[in-house]
Structure formats: C-alpha cells, structure tokens
Design a protein around this ligand. Structure first.
Ligand code: AMP
Ligand code: MG
Length: 401
C-alpha cells in the first residue's frame, strides 16, 4: 500500500507534459496553459498619470498652505495636457496624463475653486498621487511564464500589454466513463436496485472546470468484454482515460483486469480514507486512471490525485495544492491507520478567528458532505486532534476549478 503522498509522486512521475502547442486568441484562452511566456514591449502604465481627481500643480508654487493658482487647462482621461507654467494649475481627472511641468497632484478634496483660482490647502510633495510610467511593467519584462494557467487576472495582464494572442498547449483530451450495472441516468425512473449515476456529472463538471476536452463515454456494463471494449475506444480518442468504480476486488470489478489485458497497471492501493483503491495504468499511448466508485471517494481522489496529474499533463507548472492551518472546532480521538481527508466547513469562532467543523456523516457515499464542505481536513495516520488545535485544511479553491 502506498501513502497518499507517495501515490501523488508516482502519478506525477508518470505524467508526460504535452508538447504540442497552438496560437489562439486570448478571448478564448481561459484555462489554457501558456506554452511560451509573454514579454512586454511597452511600459504599463505607458505614461505618468494621475491616481486622483484634482489639480496638477508645480509643487514649488505651493510651498505654503493656501497658495492660489490659476486654472488654465482641463485634462480628462485620454487627453493630453499642455505645458504647465509657474503659478498655474490644471484641472485633472483619474487616469489622465500629467502635463509637462507639473510634478504633483492635489486631491480635489484638499482645494477650493473660486472663478479661475484654485486654493490649495495642503502642501503637496513632488510625486504625490502620480502613477509613474512603467511602475507596473517595464519594457522587456517577462510578465507571464510558460506553464501559467490563464485565468481572469492573467488574461487581463496579457491584455494590459496589448496582446491578442498567445501560444498555448493544445487541449488535453480526457475520456471518461462510469462502471456499474446499478447505475441509471438522471431523467429516467429508477428501477428496483438502481441508483442514479452521480459520478458522471461530478467528473464532467470537474474536468470541464479544469479546461480539458471531455470525451464522455457514459456508462459501461460490469463485464470484462464491455470494459475492454470501452477502454479500447477510449485509448484511441483520448490522452487520458478516467473511470470510476469497478476497481475493488469484487467479482463484478473488471476494470483492473481490462487494463492489464490491454496494457499495464502500475499502482493500485493507497492508505487513505476515503478512496482506496486508485489505479494507474498505461494502455497504448494513453494514461489510465481508475478512481473508486463511491461518490465522495471519486470526488476526493480526483481532486488530490487526478487533478495534479492532469494539470502536469496539460503543461501547467503549478500543479500542487496548498494546505493551510486552521483551528479545529472538533475532537478527533480515533487515531487511524489511514490518512483521512474529512469534509470540513470553516466558520468564524467566538473570538472572530476561523475554525473548521466536520460534516457529521463522513461516509464515502454521502455526497451531501462534499457540497456542505468548503475543503478537506487532512488528518495524518495516527493523529489525534483536540478542539482548538491547528489542523491542515485544504480549501476547495485549491482543488476545484
Ligand atoms: P464500486 O467501486 O464499483 O464497487 O462502487 C462502490 C460504490 O459506489 C457502490 O455503492 C456503487 O453503487 C457506487 N457507485 C459506483 N459508481 C457510481 C456512480 N457513477 N454514481 C454513483 N454511485 C456510484
Ligand atoms: Mg461497481
């Protein structure tokens, strides 16, 4: 049996980053991963400009409070001002270029205007409220490195240097199917003995959020032949095959045998709750990852193992999730033989600091716990927790896209 950390390392060792890239418009690039870094050719901001609505002045003219200056021009954002002479002020608005000759901005709130004369109450210092050209980005600076995943802020940064396109890795194709003769699709009535297929929706949601191309192969019957057929077509269609269920040691569990028949299996047990076992294999040129069938196990093992694997495979440089210390609002007095990832929810404690509670039913079949929670409490093998102690908390913002 592998530890959770060992399994993650084994998987990451086997994840071969994509090497095919394409140039695409940034408007369609959300969640894609840069194959090439972006370097700026310009300064951001491109010119000195004002951070406030007010007056551009020569600070030398306002060495004493209550200096009165003549307002000789008005500069809105997008306009260029003229030379500012001794004794003059320019009415100016946030984002407008600072006119030549001016060296400070006086906030509107620190002035009063009477006719053409503005009185400056507060003595300004050179540079006040001026955003300098290039204070964010200088020409020649690398702003985004290869392997960066493009989200809102990254797309905004690329736009701020005037880019419309970027070279990104091609989308990873992930084929998925669920196994289980008991599974019914939502929208149809349940027959006796059936349950609805929830893993299909969970995984499809998680994969779509991650930014891969999903090839959804639906449900596969619990027979060796059907499983082999499904994997054979999946390996032709996709870079990675992801399945749930059928990987235990029961007579109805055919996934492991089918993968072995078509390729090879490297790993298959992990000392954690929920979620043993997890299967990794290679069939043809495709990777195979088999997750457990229980809905919470499938969700948690996807987040902790499949997601980092897929991110590395997609070409991302940042693939590991982070855990943060949070105080426990619970006691945990049953030291386990397996590492536990418990569904937890952070609330504000009596002293105003955050503390994490546990969902009362931590069974791997109770999907409600995953929706109630906003992260996983990570309890080590043999760990005991007394209320008020620090525990490791992995927020879903680190695990769910
Ligand atoms: P298995 O890993 O196939 O032995 O399944 C373990 C448990 O998870 C069983 O109770 C299954 O009914 C349940 N399960 C398996 N696949 C799914 C699925 N796609 N949706 C909901 N429950 C499932
Ligand atoms: Mg099954």
């Amino acid at each position: 049996m592998l530890s959770a950390a060992e399994l993650l390392q084994e998987l990451l060792d086997r994840a071969r980053p994509l090497d095919e890239s394409e140039t695409i418009g940034l408007a369609d690039a959300r969640n894609r991963i840069l194959a090439e870094g972006l370097t700026s050719y310009i300064s951001v901001p491109p010119m000195d400009n004002t951070a406030m609505d007010g007056y551009a002045v020569r600070s030398h003219d306002c060495k004493l409070p209550d200096a009165t200056l003549r307002v000789t021009q008005r500069i809105a954002a997008g306009q260029m001002g003229r030379q500012l002479h001794k004794g003059e002020a320019a009415r100016i608005f946030t984002g407008a270029p600072v006119p030549p000759g001016a060296d400070a901005i006086v906030m509107q709130e620190d002035t009063s205007l009477e006719g053409e004369g503005v009185t400056v109450y507060k003595v300004p210092h050179p540079g006040d409220h001026i955003r300098r050209a290039g204070e964010d980005i200088q020409p020649g600076t690398s702003v985004l490195t290869p392997g960066t995943r493009l989200k809102g802020p990254e797309l905004g940064l690329a736009a701020s240097i005037g880019r419309t396109e970027a070279k990104v890795f091609r989308q990873l194709r992930v084929a998925m199917f669920s196994t289980g003769d008991e599974l019914a699709e939502p929208g149809r009535p349940l027959k006796p003995g059936q349950i609805y297929n929830s893993n299909r929706a969970t995984l499809k949601g998680l994969l779509t959020g991650l930014g891969v191309e999903v090839v959804d192969l639906g449900v596969v019957a619990d027979t060796r032949d059907a499983t082999i057929k499904a994997i054979e077509s999946a390996m032709r269609l996709a870079d990675v095959i992801l399945t749930t269920g059928g990987v235990s040691v029961g007579e109805e569990d055919h996934v492991k045998a089918a993968v072995e028949e078509l390729g090879r299996i490297d790993i298959w047990k992990v000392a954690m709750k929920p979620g043993k076992p997890v299967v990794y294999g290679r069939v043809g040129d495709a990777d195979f990852i088999g997750l457990p069938g229980n809905p919470v196990s499938a969700f948690v093992t996807f987040c902790l193992f499949a997601r980092p694997f897929l991110l590395k495979r997609m070409g991302a440089s940042q693939v590991l999730y982070r855990a943060y210390p949070v105080r426990a609002a619970f006691d945990w007095n049953k030291p386990g033989k397996r590492r536990e990832f418990l569904r937890g929810h952070v609330v504000t404690g009596e002293d105003g600091a955050g503390e994490v509670r546990l969902y009362p039913n931590q069974s791997s079949g109770v999907l409600t716990s995953a929706v109630w929670a906003d992260g996983l409490v990570d309890i080590e093998i043999g760990q005991i927790v007394i209320r008020g102690e620090w525990v490791r908390f992995i927020p879903f913002s680190e695990l769910v896209d």
